[in-house]
Design a protein around this ligand. Structure first.
Ligand SMILES: Cc1cc2nc3c(=O)[nH]c(=O)nc-3n(C[C@H](O)[C@H](O)[C@H](O)COP(=O)(O)O)c2cc1C
Length: 232
């Protein structure tokens, strides 16, 4: 099946049947999730995998009792960094350099540039920026699950502060962003399973632009030295 056919097949499953997904499929989905791109390659997020029924029951209670949480095989909790500290960024870049057999100092200029930039934006912006990165991985997980014929429900309907407390996330500098129960549909009890998939028509969704369509009153862009961003 092509990616487009897999995406047509998937839907935000409302009722799951409790069946377990094979470990190799879970690994495949997590590996696709790990392969997601992120800004500067920092991967400022992680994925927590939960299958303990007692913990899932507690999470359901803070997710508006959505039954997919307890009827799934595994629940993926996406959690993003609260902030971009020098320590965290250095750790990732050092690891990157070690993996590539390059000196840590290779990243010094770039690191200072992004840390300086992020600092001016404040921690609220940083937490939001990290959360956006986690959604890229989340989308990869959804697509990989569809490819494996594993059902999934994207879930933002939960109380993040309560979940952070339950999973002790704040202590480690993370906050939950979005949930993804993985499992199998209970087609006979799922009102959405046979509904037409609806998306905005392509002509409304995709806009082609030329310079003639663009605002022509823009000031010339500020001169910026991008050496730190483009260095090899
Ligand atoms: C970020 C995000 C959050 C969502 N939160 C929920 C949710 O809490 N509960 C739910 O049943 N569906 C949730 N959905 C599912 C959407 O309603 C669904 O993806 C959308 O209507 C498109 O339908 P489809 O996924 O079946 O193609 C969420 C989807 C996304 C992408």
């Amino acid at each position: 099946m092509s990616l487009l056919e897999d995406l047509q097949w998937r839907y935000a499953t409302k009722k799951m049947n409790g069946a377990k997904i094979p470990p190799e499929k879970l690994d495949y989905i997590l590996e696709a999730t790990r392969m997601a791109p992120s800004s500067s390659g920092l991967q400022p997020y992680k994925v927590i995998v939960i299958s303990d029924p007692a913990l899932l029951e507690k999470i359901k209670g803070i997710a508006y009792n959505q039954t997919q949480i307890t009827d799934c095989s595994h629940l993926l909790v996406f959690a993003a960094w609260d902030s971009y500290s020098g320590e965290r960024v250095t750790q990732v870049f050092n690891y990157m350099m070690d993996e590539r057999g390059l000196p840590h100092s290779n990243m010094d200029a770039y690191k200072q540039t992004i840390l300086g930039l992020y600092e001016t934006k404040g921690t609220e912006w940083q937490a939001h920026h990290a959360a956006k990165q986690s959604y890229i991985a989340f989308a990869m997980a959804i697509a990989a699950a569809a490819e494996q014929k594993v059902d999934a429900t994207p879930i933002e309907g939960f109380l993040p502060e309560k979940l952070d407390e339950l999973l002790n996330l704040r202590d480690s500098g993370y906050h939950s962003t979005v949930l993804l129960p993985l499992g199998y549909r209970e087609a006979g009890q799922d009102w959405l399973v046979n509904m037409k998939k609806v998306r905005m028509p392509k002509e409304l969704f995709v806009t082609e632009m030329t310079l003639a369509d663009a605002a022509d009153n823009q000031e010339a862009p500020m001169e910026m030295n991008l050496d730190a961003f483009t260095q090899k």
